[in-house]
Design a protein around this ligand. Structure first.
Ligand code: ADP
Ligand code: MG
Length: 373
């Protein structure tokens, strides 16, 4: 195959989708997508995660072709999508209200879009059989949506997006309407379907645990800007800024001012007076405000004589919540009265009394100093 002039050579190593300097405004004033540069790799499960209004759906709609970018370009397989209408983009979509036709069987629901596109009968059957196999619903063709569980209906909606053998599947909060237990089950099913069929998925959610469960990579959106794009583990372990630290997982915040930066550690003086050693992540210089981020599970309680903690402080127990596999201990320490520690089952958390003073400690590499601006 030769590369034509306008196809900039979409080889196997090239990203499937590229957003280049994409901006979007609906009203001509406010940019709801500010300057988006994002590659979607072939075969990955990429999630756009962020609070409501952060620009996730707009980004997905621009890729699908239902909204146009006001600046920049989006390419699919190396080809600009600028003049390609939605139905010619070879993109499958699943929405939250998956809108299966209730009076049609599953088979009819899948056949309908194919008929609309003039696909001939025998080809329709092959495509429907393939799609049903992909979502592991072979045998359910004659049922109506009302005769399926919520999770099965969701898989039918996915099958309907798969019948055209799209290059990429876009999903916008597809599990939002399901109850928690079913949603968690569907997350695992979606992840398995993705692994089995090897197609590229771009998934939108505001639910961080959903994103962590399913994704190969997560783009964290806020205010029309990608704050961080990483695999789930890196996002959780190494948030690059205060927004990401706060949005992903649980986070204890201590607020102070940078006093000293030397090598790979800095010292932050808290508003309550303590000097804390931390890992400088994106702080300004000495004198700048910083927020220290500590995950609840990195805290050592009652560190023994052999401990290697860099910081040890007194904490007053305010609340104990038994969670089965762990106990959540809420303490007041270092000027924060909502500081949460997770103590694994059997590590003594339940024996504390409310009002009791305990010692807590941590390693400075687990205490991340982020810019508070
Ligand atoms: P998200 O999916 O992350 O919740 P959206 O992309 O839907 O965010 O919205 C981003 C911003 O754009 C919001 O402020 C929203 O109100 C605005 N917006 C979304 N769609 C439209 C539209 N069709 N017309 C005008 N403003 C819109
Ligand atoms: Mg949305």
């Amino acid at each position: 195959m030769t590369d034509s002039g306008h196809n900039r050579g979409a080889g196997a190593n090239e990203p499937l989708v590229r957003f280049e300097n994409v901006q979007k405004t609906y009203d001509g004033e406010i940019l709801v997508v500010k300057d988006l540069n994002l590659d979607v790799e072939r075969g990955e499960f990429l999630t756009l995660l962020g609070p409501s209004g952060s620009g996730k759906t707009t980004t997905l709609m621009m890729l699908a072709g239902f909204e146009s970018a006001t600046h920049g370009d989006i390419t699919l397989d190396g080809q600009s999508l600028k003049s390609v209408p939605p139905h010619k983009r070879n993109i499958g979509m699943v929405f939250q209200n998956y809108a299966l036709f209730p009076h049609m069987t599953v088979h009819e629901n899948l056949a309908f879009p194919l008929q609309c596109h003039g696909v001939d009968k025998s080809e329709q059957e092959a495509k429907i059989a393939d799609a049903m196999a992909m979502v592991e619903l072979t045998g359910f063709e004659r049922r109506r949506p009302g005769q399926l569980s919520g999770g099965q209906q969701q898989r039918v909606a996915l099958a309907r997006a798969l019948v055209f053998q799209p290059q990429i599947v876009l999903m916008d909060e597809p599990l939002g309407a399901l109850d928690k237990q079913l949603r968690e089950q569907m997350q695992i099913e979606m992840k398995h379907i993705h692994e089995n069929i090897g197609l590229t998925f771009v998934y939108v959610t505001h639910d961080q645990s959903e994103a962590l469960t399913m994704s190969n990579r997560i783009a964290v959106f806020n205010d029309g800007i990608i704050q961080q794009l990483d695999d789930p583990e890196t996002l959780y372990e190494k948030p690059k800024n205060a927004f990401v630290a706060e949005f992903i997982g649980e986070n204890n915040k201590l607020i102070g001012t940078v006093k000293d930066v030397s090598g790979d550690r800095c010292t932050v003086e808290l508003e309550s007076g303590e000097m804390i050693k931390a890992l400088p992540v994106n702080i300004g210089g000495v004198g700048e405000k910083s927020v220290l981020s500590l995950r609840p599970e990195v805290i050592t309680v009652e560190p023994g004589a052999d401990n290697t903690c860099d910081d040890i402080h007194t904490a007053t127990v305010r609340e104990l919540i038994y969670m089965g596999d762990h106990t959540r201990v809420r303490v007041e320490t270092c000027g924060n009265d909502d500081f949460v520690i997770k103590m694994p089952r059997g590590s003594g958390g339940r024996s504390f009394d409310v009002g009791q003073d305990i010692k807590i400690g941590w390693h400075s590499q687990d205490c991340r100093a982020l810019d508070a601006a």
